[in-house]
Structures are given as structure tokens and as C-alpha cells.
Design a protein around this ligand. Structure first.
Ligand code: ADP
Ligand code: MG
Length: 327
């Protein structure tokens, strides 16, 4: 069973960034409005995530460390309409199998907090009382301490940290209503207050993508063909390394797909005779019936029922936008 968990861990948590993503998603699923992330040594020494969400009852803690013990779906039918980010009950047991893990939580309702730890796949027998404000902290130490082969695959700590930061940034750009902070080796790297106004959202994009990006980007908000596209598109003059500045969200989920890149490059070529690789932060909203969210561990893949229509929508909206700003 420990072996099964370690194998699953290879898929669910192949590096610190994946742990950060899974734990932040758990906090969001718990309704957190504020999520603080602390890393040491690129996440290999420590990953600590604290939230102010609904917490977990002490009686449920041991269960949360068990495989497929998700509290989020009751049947296979539910898989069809999962609203939560997690639903496989794999993250915590996978992380437990390759680290020293501690879960500390104070559920609302006046009770005090409890904590349960474990390492290398073995959980302590039962939670003990602890001190913690309402919400949950998850602490992951010495990731991959018992799987040296996996550890050897990792890059330098600064690279692992950069991946972890990207994981947080991707989520922060999809949840403006939640506050996030990130520290690395005691240094504050991100401090994002909840953004509930257009200027505040713009400020968050600037904090993540750079002031230079938002300063020159054109803002789009277009509804057509039963879909809405909004966000920011960088102009050819924006020459920074843009390979990592492509964010595309479909109904709030990050999607990595060639489709927006194609549509935007065509629009830029057409209007501005430019062949650059555009930077963008774009949100597409459409009828959920029009997309298949793949039940892939990383869930960054979707399939559009009508990809050509989505392409035409993006192309049309950005084409019109660019005609308006053409120098
Ligand atoms: P999943 O998210 O797929 O349900 P996980 O292994 O990620 O599975 O988490 C297991 C369970 O632990 C969750 O279903 C949830 O009940 C509980 N849990 C994990 N993190 C938190 C958190 N931050 N706040 C409250 N409950 C949590
Ligand atoms: Mg989860």
C-alpha cells in the first residue's frame, strides 16, 4: 500500500510546485479567503500553507491521510459535476508517503485545534490538541526524503522555487477574491490582497506579470457567439521573455492549450503584420456544456466541443481590439 502511494505520488507530486498547487486547491475547496504559503529551500526543506477556511474535524483527520478518502464526492455520478478542485482523495496520502506531513486545523464553532502528523506513509494514531486560529495549516517537511531517485530528478532549489511560485501565480490570477502571500527563505515574495475592484485586479496582474506588462497591454472585454472573453493582451512592443506570460482560463480553470496562441498570433499577423509570440492573461467564459474538463491529475487540459468556434471567437475579439489600437 505504501508502494502504491509512492507510485501515485510520482504522478500527483512530482515536485514541490505540485505539492503547493494541491495544498492551495485544498484550501480553496475549504472556502479560504486568505492563503499564506511559506517555503524553505525551494520547497524541499519546508512547504507550509495556512488558510482561514472551514477546517477539518479531528475525527476526519486520519481519514484525510487515507487513499481515496475524499470528502468531496460520494459517488461516481458526482464526478460528472465536480465543482471542487480536488475529488480524488490522492493528494494528502501521496504527500504523506514521500515527506513528513503535519495537518493542524481548527474547525469553526468554538472548539480548539487539533494536529495529526505522519511520515513516509505512516500516520500517527490520533490527533492531539494544538493551538491554531480557525482554518488549517499543512506542513510538509523533507519532501522526497525516502525516495532518493525522485529527489535526484529535481533541479536547483531556485528552479524548484520558481515552479512553486508559478503554481501560486496561476491560481492567484484565477481567484482575485482570495488573498495570497508567499515567502521563500523568510523573504516575502508575494503579498496579494483580495482584489474586488477593477484597479485592484489590475494591480494584482501587475504584481504577478510585471508593471511593464499591464502598462502596455490592452484590456479586452468582449461578448460574442455566446461567450465572453476578458483580460489583457500584450502588444508586440512588449518584448520581455514572454514564454511564461501566457495565462488562459476557461470558466475559471487554467488551461494550457495551443488554441489561444494560434488565434492571437493570427490576429496580430493580420492587423499588425507582427509575428511575435503574444503575452496574455485571458479569461474565457462559455456554457460548461461546451467543454470537457479532462479528469487528468493536473486538470489543465480541456477539450472544446467546438474548437473552431472558440478559435473564431478569440480571433474575432482580439482582431477587433487590435484594430482599435493600431498605431
Ligand atoms: P481531495 O482534495 O481530492 O478530496 P486530498 O487528499 O487533497 O483529497 O484531501 C483529503 C481531504 O482532506 C479533503 O477531502 C478534505 O476533506 C481534507 N482537507 C485537506 N486540506 C484541507 C484544508 N486546507 N481545509 C479543510 N479540509 C482539508
Ligand atoms: Mg485535494
Amino acid at each position: 500500500d505504501q508502494l502504491v502511494n509512492q507510485i501515485a505520488a510520482g504522478e500527483v507530486v512530482e515536485r514541490p510546485a505540485a505539492v503547493v498547487k494541491e495544498l492551495i486547491e485544498n484550501s480553496l475547496d475549504a472556502g479560504a479567503r486568505r492563503i499564506d504559503v511559506e517555503l524553505e529551500r525551494g520547497g524541499l526543506g519546508l512547504i507550509r500553507i495556512r488558510d482561514d477556511g472551514g477546517g477539518i474535524e479531528p475525527s476526519q483527520m486520519a481519514l484525510a491521510f487515507e487513499r481515496h478518502a475524499t470528502s468531496k464526492i460520494a459517488s461516481l455520478d458526482d464526478l460528472e459535476r465536480v465543482g471542487s478542485l480536488g475529488f480524488r482523495g490522492e493528494a494528502l496520502p501521496s504527500i504523506l508517503s514521500v515527506s513528513r506531513l503535519r495537518l493542524t486545523s481548527c474547525p469553526p464553532g468554538g472548539g480548539h485545534a487539533w494536529t495529526l502528523g505522519g511520515e513516509g506513509g505512516l500516520a500517527e494514531r490520533q490527533p492531539v490538541p494544538a493551538a491554531h486560529p480557525p482554518g488549517t495549516s499543512v506542513e510538509v517537511r523533507d519532501l522526497f526524503f525516502n525516495t532518493p531517485a525522485r529527489r535526484k530528478f529535481l533541479k536547483a532549489e531556485t528552479t524548484e522555487f520558481r515552479h512553486a511560485q508559478t503554481a501560486l501565480d496561476r491560481i492567484a490570477l484565477s481567484r482575485f477574491d482570495v488573498g495570497f502571500s508567499l515567502r521563500h527563505n523568510q523573504r516575502r515574495v508575494r503579498d496579494l490582497a483580495p482584489a474586488d475592484s477593477a484597479p485592484a485586479r489590475r494591480a494584482r496582474v501587475a504584481a504577478i506579470c510585471g508593471e511593464e506588462f499591464v502598462a502596455q497591454a490592452v484590456e479586452v472585454d468582449e461578448s460574442r457567439m455566446g461567450m465572453r472573453l476578458h483580460g489583457w493582451v500584450g502588444l508586440p512592443s512588449f518584448a520581455r521573455n514572454q514564454a511564461d506570460l501566457q495565462f488562459f482560463y476557461v470558466n475559471g480553470r487554467l488551461v494550457r492549450d495551443r488554441l489561444p496562441g494560434f488565434a492571437l498570433r493570427r490576429a496580430f499577423a493580420d492587423v499588425m503584420h507582427s509575428a511575435h509570440h503574444p503575452a496574455y492573461v485571458l479569461y474565457l467564459e462559455l456554457d460548461p456544456a461546451g467543454v470537457d474538463v479532462n479528469v487528468h491529475p493536473q486538470k489543465t487540459e480541456v477539450r472544446f466541443r467546438e474548437g473552431a468556434r472558440v478559435h473564431d471567437m478569440l480571433f474575432g475579439a482580439v482582431h477587433q481590439l487590435l484594430r482599435g489600437v493600431r498605431p
